[in-house]
Design a protein around this ligand. Structure first.
Ligand code: C2E
Ligand code: MG
Ligand code: MG
Ligand code: MG
Length: 294
């Protein structure tokens, strides 16, 4: 009967919700343990200047090596880390690890002393009262210049913020730290507020790049974003470049930087070091070497 069906549905729904809550709780517990046991590592994805790839930077991307479940992608645990506040500790670890990597590369590749790494930061991190002091202390501990680290903030998180947040950005900016607006063009856009934020670089979301070639309108959209960014004094990174033709189009549009599988997937520390070494030892790329900084 309908009544029995209704009850059945209700039970199904509760058990589904229970299931969700359970796995969410388990993930949270797992995360706490993982932070204790240091189950995380950073991968580094090259960001190259267009069209000649004569400048290089990296974006640091966190990886969780779960002892039983294997590699868990950040999209699956960063939101939980944000909801639970664990992102504060985890985010600090990310910054430390990136700075440590810069100092290792500086020593190994002296001609490379100005190498920069982009680090993704969550709004919660920026809202800690002591955040800018913490960052300043870490920079001096590792003897890294403030322009060698760039913070990526997603467009959607920027939009959820008020005036206090803008003050924090400006304070960090006055220390010399630069900001990228990440995943630009996803979801609701911040066009009308974009000029309020002290942003240096705009990263066009992968979803736009993927649709290049499908129709002319897509190119016009990207052209408009690039013009807007340049008009506001920002340079542009195109995310998720996978094909030569996407690369060519973006170069023609005056996009300054590219990142994506066409150049390289995110690399672990050893492979990223190898990537730099290979650039430095390829004879025809000797010319590039002098300009290898982002
Ligand atoms: P994101 O910052 O936009 O990072 C770019 C994502 O696109 C990365 O996924 C990268 O592996 C992927 N990607 C790069 N090039 C290509 C391509 O050519 N094709 C395709 N299909 N994908 C490409 P990943 O590493 O899974 O990171 C996902 C998101 O997790 C990041 O998006 C970022 O928002 C977040 N995340 C990663 N690490 C951290 C972190 O340390 N802290 C915080 N708060 N968030 C992080
Ligand atoms: Mg990013
Ligand atoms: Mg991005
Ligand atoms: Mg993204």
């Amino acid at each position: 009967s309908a009544k029995a069906n209704g009850k059945g549905c209700y039970q199904l729904l509760t058990s589904e919700l229970q299931q969700k809550a359970m796995s969410r709780l388990q993930l949270e517990n797992d995360l706490r343990r993982a932070i204790q046991n240091q189950e995380f590592s950073l991968y580094y994805q090259p960001i190259l200047s267009l069209p000649n790839s004569n400048k290089l930077g990296f974006e640091a991307l966190i990886r969780w090596h779960h002892p039983k479940k294997g590699m868990i992608p950040p999209d699956q645990f960063i939101p939980v880390a944000e909801e639970t506040g664990l992102i504060i500790e985890l985010g600090l670890w990310v910054i430390k690890t990136a700075l440590n990597q810069i100092s290792i590369w500086q020593e190994k590749f002296p001609c490379f002393s100005e190498i920069a790494i982009n680090v993704n930061v969550s709004p919660q991190q920026l809202m800690i009262a002591s955040f800018s002091e913490q960052v300043q202390d870490l920079l001096s501990d590792f003897n890294i210049k403030s322009h060698q680290i760039k913070f990526e903030i997603t467009e959607s998180s920027l939009l959820r913020t008020g005036s206090h947040y803008i003050e924090v950005l400006k304070r960090l900016k006055s220390l010399g730290i630069q900001f990228c607006i990440d995943d630009f063009g996803m979801g609701y856009s911040s066009l009308s507020r974009l000029h309020e934020f002290p942003i240096d670089t705009l990263k066009i979301d992968r979803s736009f790049i993927r649709r290049i070639g499908s129709n002319q309108g897509e190119i016009e959209l990207i052209r408009t974003i690039i013009t807007l960014a340049h008009g506001l004094g920002m340079d542009v990174v195109a995310e998720g470049i996978e094909t030569k033709s996407q690369l060519n189009q973006l170069s023609l549009l005056g996009c300054e930087w590219g990142q994506g599988f066409l150049f390289s997937k995110p690399l672990n520390s050893v492979d990223a070091t190898q990537y730099i070494a290979a650039l430095l030892t390829t004879p025809r790329k000797q010319e590039r070497v002098k300009a290898l900084l982002m």
